[in-house]
Design a protein around this ligand. Structure first.
Ligand SMILES: O=P(O)(O)OC[C@H]1O[C@H](O)[C@H](O)[C@@H](O)[C@@H]1O
Length: 291
C-alpha cells in the first residue's frame, strides 16, 4: 500500500485535515482549525507553514524549494539531527544529519476546533526520535531523542526555523545581547554579541549560553516573532545574502530578503551525550505578537 493510501485509511480526511502528495514520496499533511492552519511534510518531519487565524505565515518556504526525494526542502522548519552542520568526523556524510531527507512515520493526529496535535517518529538502530507538534494560536515543537542502544550516543541538533519577514534589512533580533558566538563567516572566530542583531550582509553564527526568549522585530509586517526554547543552549542565526543564495541555487529570486533563520539548537560544545536508556527533549514555542 502506498504511504498516502495507508495514511488515508489510518487517518481518514475530515474537515480538520487532509493529505496530499505533490511529488512522489513527498506527503504533506494539511491541518485546519479555528485558531490556525498548518502544512507539515512527513518527508523530513518538517513544518512548512503555520498561519494563526488572521495572520501572515510564520514561516518562509522558497519559491524554488525542491520537493523531491533525496533533496532537502528549503524553508519551514527542517530538523537537523543527529548532527548539526558538517558531520564531526566523516566529511562525506550529509550536512545537518539524515532525517531532513527521510520519510517519518505519523503516529498520532488529533485536531479539534481549538488545537491540533501531531506526533511524528523516526528510528534507527540506536536512537528513537519523536517530534511532537502542537498548534493553536502558537506553534510548539518538541524533539525528543531516546538512546535505545547499548553505548553512549552524542548528538547535536537544531530546529532550523526559516521565519518569514518583510525585509532582512529592516528587522532586528533581541535576546542574544552579550552572548558569545562562533562567527562562521569570519574563520569561526570567537566573538561576543554587542547590542541587538541587524543585517547588512551574509551572517552565520552559533550563539552559546542562550537563556531567554529571542525576538524578531519586524516593523514591515508590524509583528514580533517570539522564540522560547527549552532544552536548548545554542541558537543559530543565519542569512545567506546574495552570493551564497546564488551558490545554494534554491533560494528563489531575492528570497534571502524575505527570510531569516533563528534556529533552536544544541550545537558545538552544547552536544548532548545520552547514556543507554537516556533521553533529551529540545523544544521551541513560536508565537506572533503585534508590534
Ligand atoms: O544549505 P543547508 O545545508 O540547508 O544549510 C543552510 C545553513 O544552515 C545553518 O544555518 C548553517 O549555520 C549554515 O552554515 C548553512 O549554510
Amino acid at each position: 500500500m502506498s504511504q498516502l493510501n495507508d495514511l488515508n485509511s489510518r487517518f481518514p480526511a475530515n474537515s480538520h485535515w487532509h493529505f496530499s502528495e505533490p511529488a512522489p514520496g513527498i506527503v504533506l499533511l494539511h491541518i485546519h482549525s479555528d485558531t490556525s492552519t498548518a502544512t507539515i511534510s512527513l518527508y523530513g518531519g518538517q513544518v512548512l507553514s503555520f498561519r494563526p487565524r488572521n495572520q501572515d505565515d510564520l514561516l518562509w518556504v522558497s519559491d524554488d524549494a525542491h520537493f523531491a526525494e533525496g533533496k532537502a526542502i528549503r524553508g519551514g522548519i527542517p530538523v537537523c539531527w543527529p548532527w548539526f552542520g558538517p558531520h564531526p568526523t566523516d566529511a562525506d556524510a550529509p550536512a545537518h544529519g539524515t532525517v531532513r531527507k527521510t520519510p517519518w512515520q505519523l503516529e498520532e493526529l488529533e485536531c479539534n476546533h481549538q488545537h491540533a496535535k501531531v506526533l511524528l517518529r523516526y528510528s534507527d538502530e540506536n536512537l528513537n526520535l519523536q517530534l511532537a507538534i502542537t498548534l493553536d494560536t502558537r506553534l510548539h515543537l518538541a524533539l525528543t531523542t531516546e538512546n535505545h542502544g547499548a553505548t553512549n550516543a552524542t548528538i547535536t541538533s537544531a530546529l532550523h526555523s526559516y521565519f518569514a519577514i518583510s525585509d532582512i534589512s529592516d528587522i532586528h533580533i533581541t535576546g542574544l545581547e552579550d552572548k558569545p558566538f562562533r562567527d562562521a563567516v569570519n574563520s569561526n572566530r570567537a566573538c561576543l554579541q554587542r547590542g541587538v542583531i541587524r543585517f547588512n550582509g551574509e551572517l552565520d553564527r552559533v550563539y552559546q549560553d542562550v537563556d531567554k526568549a529571542i525576538c524578531i522585530h519586524d516593523p514591515g509586517l508590524k509583528r514580533i516573532i517570539r522564540i522560547h526554547n527549552t532544552g536548548s543552549k545554542s541558537a543559530v542565526v543565519w542569512t545567506p545574502w546574495i552570493d551564497k543564495s546564488k551558490r545554494l541555487g534554491d533560494m528563489g529570486v531575492n528570497g534571502y530578503r524575505q527570510m531569516v533563520c533563528v534556529e533552536s539548537a544544541n550545537a558545538d560544545s552544547d552536544a548532548i551525550t545520552l547514556p543507554p536508556g537516556g533521553q533529551h527533549t529540545l523544544s521551541a514555542l513560536l508565537s506572533i505578537e503585534d508590534l
